[in-house]
Design a protein around this ligand. Structure first.
Ligand code: DGL
Length: 279
C-alpha cells in the first residue's frame, strides 16, 4: 500500500492561499503541501499551451513529493490545463492519483444563489476566453445567464500590494461597470480568480445594493470535504498531521511577505527549482 502523504495545493502564485486558508479551516486534520509558481506568474494572459505545460510540470512535482491528491487552486490552470491532465496525462502518469480544480465545484452551486437567473463572473483573461464557466455552469443550471468580464489588472494590483490603494479603485469600478452593462439583472458576482478575495472590500464599495458577492475558498473547501467522504480510497492516502509546507519557484522572502497577507498567518517557505521536472 502507498504511504499516506500531504494534499497538494497549487497556484500560479499566492492566490491559492486564499483557498488553502478555507480548506485548512474546514479540514485541519490533514497535511498540506502548497506550491506557488511565482517565478512564472501571472498565468492569466499566457497561452493554453504554456499554462498546460507549466501546470503539468507542477503536478508532476507534487507527485514526486508523494502527493496522491492535488488541487489546482487556480482558475486559469483549472480552465486551461485540468481537463487535458485528467484525461490525457493522468492515466499514463499516475492512474491512482487525482487532480481536481476549482471551476466545477463553483459551477455546481452558483445557480442556487441567483433569483434573477443571471450571474456575473469576474476572472483573468485566460479563464474568460476558455469559456469554462459558461460551459460548466450550463451543465448544472441550463438557462442561467452567465456574463463574464476579464479583469487583467486585478492580479498585478494584488501581487504588487496595491489592492488597498486608490489605483485599485479605478480598475475595480471600471470592470464592475462593464459587467453590469453586459447584464443589468445580475444578482450574483463570482470572484473566479483566487487572487480577487483580497479586493473584496473595494469590490463591495462599488457593488449595487442587493448583489451577492461569492468567493471560492469556502465553496472549494466544502466540496473537498464532500469528495474525501465519497472517495475513501483517496482519503486513505492523505496523511493527518495538521502540517503545512510551502514552496515557491521564486524568492522565499517575497513569497513569505505576500503569503502572510493571503493566508492570514505567518508563512515560512522553501525555494524549489522545477528544472529537473519535465513539463
Ligand atoms: N489566481 C489565479 C486564478 O485563480 C490567476 C493568477 C494568474 O493570472 O496567474 O486564476
Amino acid at each position: 500500500m502507498q504511504p499516506r502523504s500531504s494534499i497538494g495545493v497549487f497556484d500560479s502564485g499566492y492566490g491559492g492561499l486564499t483557498v488553502l486558508k478555507e480548506i485548512v479551516n474546514k479540514l485541519p486534520q490533514y497535511d498540506y503541501l502548497y506550491l506557488g509558481d511565482s517565478a512564472r506568474a501571472p498565468y492569466g494572459n499566457r497561452s493554453f499551451d504554456t499554462v498546460y505545460h507549466y501546470t503539468l510540470q507542477c503536478v508532476k512535482w507534487f507527485f514526486e513529493q508523494g502527493c496522491s491528491l492535488v488541487i489546482l487552486a487556480c482558475n486559469t490552470a483549472s480552465a486551461k490545463a485540468l481537463r487535458t491532465i485528467q484525461q490525457n496525462d493522468l492515466p499514463g502518469l499516475a492512474p491512482g492519483k487525482r487532480v481536481l480544480g476549482v471551476i466545477r465545484p463553483t459551477a455546481e452551486i452558483i445557480g442556487k444563489f441567483s433569483e434573477t437567473k443571471s450571474v456575473g463572473v469576474l476572472a483573468t483573461n485566460g479563464t474568460v476566453v476558455s469559456e469554462s464557466y459558461p460551459m460548466e455552469i450550463n451543465k448544472f443550471f441550463p438557462g442561467l445567464k452567465v456574463h463574464q468580464e476579464a479583469c487583467p489588472m486585478w492580479v498585478p494590483l494584488v501581487e504588487n500590494n496595491e489592492h488597498e490603494n486608490n489605483g485599485a479603485d479605478y480598475f475595480v469600478k471600471k470592470n464592475l461597470q462593464n459587467i453590469f452593462e453586459k447584464g443589468e439583472d445580475i444578482d450574483v458576482i463570482l470572484l473566479a480568480c483566487t487572487h480577487y478575495p483580497l479586493l473584496k472590500e473595494k469590490i463591495e464599495e462599488y457593488l449595487p445594493v442587493g448583489v451577492k458577492l461569492l468567493s471560492q475558498g469556502e465553496i472549494v473547501a466544502e466540496s473537498l470535504a464532500d469528495y474525501l467522504q465519497r472517495h475513501p480510497e483517496i482519503e486513505n492516502l492523505c496523511s493527518r498531521g495538521g502540517q503545512h509546507t510551502f514552496y515557491t519557484t521564486d524568492s522565499t522572502e517575497d513569497f513569505d511577505n505576500h503569503a502572510t497577507v493571503f493566508f492570514g498567518k505567518q508563512v515560512k517557505s522553501k525555494h524549489v527549482d522545477l528544472d529537473s521536472v519535465t513539463g
